[in-house]
Design a protein around this ligand. Structure first.
Ligand SMILES: O=C(O)C(=O)C[C@]1(C(=O)O)C=C[C@@H](O)C=C1
Length: 416
């Protein structure tokens, strides 16, 4: 895939975050280990809870549990814990309502002052998704998905908002692999309607085009419409949709169009040749919100939980795992498999038949239950018996917002 380096907006790069590595190291004791099992995950949440209840509010703890960052504006405004300089807490505590578990839960739709990393340049759908997840956040462009992960790990950003699947184009596999490789936790999801436009320099006509460029997902989501439009042109994949628009504008390329948002047209001074070129009007991309700490799961609203697991005996374990959810009436919303990069192939010697080479997988499952529910805890306890590796990626509120499939990206109300 071609990498376009935008000229005017310089996204965060791999080298930039390294400068602040030591800040991260100092906070590391509060982070959650990569191979954490279900019990590790539960105790991690319990630790968060008990730390806050005992008023030991470290800087690294607060942003994770309530969705606010730890800057003066974010933290002190919360005034979560009754505290008196004269150490006379008793009077104050009698007046104020005690902190309860619900006070510690996230505020996923409030993002003021949060720094949110996304992949792409301004005008990318990921930027708009970051604005939906955290209104009024400071969106930080990153040139690769992995840089967005690193930006959060190294405290350059408070959250990352990254695409994991699209209703037409399918899974964004890279982010599944990165979720496993990094230590971040899924703390929310947003489903964002993706309304694509065909963009070119002012005055360019469709007949003169020889090439269409976009993110691979953009090309996949518009594949049939491009053919129906009679555009028998080369289709070239680039890093992000808005980056494609910026590339055309910055290099004054007149034989090439970009598939991107109407907002990208506005930002980079391109014209919309065709509006709404996605193959399905209700085209939607699901993004996950990532943070350094897990949130405390709740039961007063619909929650989803994401896990990843593997077994050294391969896929034979899958039906047992699925039955753990079926017996408890827990619906699955997604199953994904990815190569197990640690052990990609297993050799199976069958007597007198030869050696079979089995591919090894990591399985990702999203299910509709909160880790605060006993049925989810029991299901995972059972899954843990069948698997050699199990990690809870996050238990988080489901995106239940309504959306209009026909709305154009340009009419988005998100302020970024
Ligand atoms: O290129 C962008 O604008 C992105 O935000 C990336 C991305 C993706 O990776 O799927 C996000 C949403 C759309 O599905 C198309 C592309």
């Amino acid at each position: 895939m071609r990498t376009l380096l935008p000229s005017s907006h310089t996204p965060a790069t791999v080298t930039t975050p390294r400068r602040r590595f030591f800040i991260h190291s100092a906070k590391r004791s509060d982070s959650f280990t990569i191979n954490s099992s279900i019990s590790d995950w539960q105790s991690s949440c319990a630790i968060l809870s008990s730390k806050v209840n005992s008023q030991q509010q470290s800087e690294s703890l607060i942003p994770a549990v309530n969705g606010y960052n730890n800057s003066a504006a974010g933290f002190s405004d919360l005034n979560l814990v009754p505290f008196d300089d004269n150490n006379d807490n008793s009077k104050i505590q009698s007046k104020k309502k005690p902190l309860s578990i619900t006070d510690l839960s996230p505020a996923p739709m409030h993002g003021s002052n949060l720094r949110v990393a996304y992949q792409g340049v301004p005008g990318a759908y990921s930027e708009a998704a970051a604005g939906k997840a955290y209104p009024n956040c400071q969106a930080i462009p990153c040139d690769q998905f992995e840089v967005a992960f690193q930006a959060v790990e190294l405290w350059i950003a408070d959250r990352a908002v990254l695409p994991v699947e699209n209703s037409l184009g399918g899974s964004i596999h890279r982010n599944y692999d990165l979720l496993l490789r990094h230590r971040l936790h899924i703390v929310g999801e947003v489903q964002f309607p993706v309304h694509h436009c065909l963009l070119a320099l002012p005055g360019v006509r469709k007949e003169f085009l020889t090439r269409v460029i976009s993110h691979p997902q953009g090309l996949a989501q518009c594949e049939h419409t491009l053919t129906k439009l009679g555009l028998n042109v080369a289709r070239e994949a680039v890093d992000d949709t808005a980056g494609a628009a910026e590339f055309i504008a910055a290099n004054n390329i007149r034989d090439t169009a970009a598939i991107a948002s109407a907002r990208a047209a506005e930002i980079y001074g391109l014209e919309i040749l065709e509006d709404g070129i996605q193959d399905d009007a209700s085209n939607v991309t699901r993004f996950v919100m990532l943070a350094r700490e897990p949130i405390i799961p709740r039961t007063d609203r619909p929650f989803k939980t994401s896990i990843v697991f593997a077994h050294e005996k391969g896929t034979c374990v899958l039906f047992k795992v699925l039955s753990a959810f079926a017996f408890r009436n827990i619906s699955l919303t997604k199953i994904e498999s990815r190569p197990n990069h640690n052990v990609p192939i297993r050799l199976v010697d069958e007597a007198n038949v030869g050696t079979a080479k089995h591919f090894e997988y990591m399985f990702y499952i999203d299910f509709e239950a909160s880790m605060a529910e006993p049925r989810a805890q029991n299901a995972l306890a059972e899954v843990q018996e069948f698997t050699s590796f199990l990690r809870v990626l996050g238990s988080y509120p489901m995106d239940m917002t309504s959306w209009s499939p026909s709305s154009s990206s340009s009419s988005s109300t998100f302020s970024l």
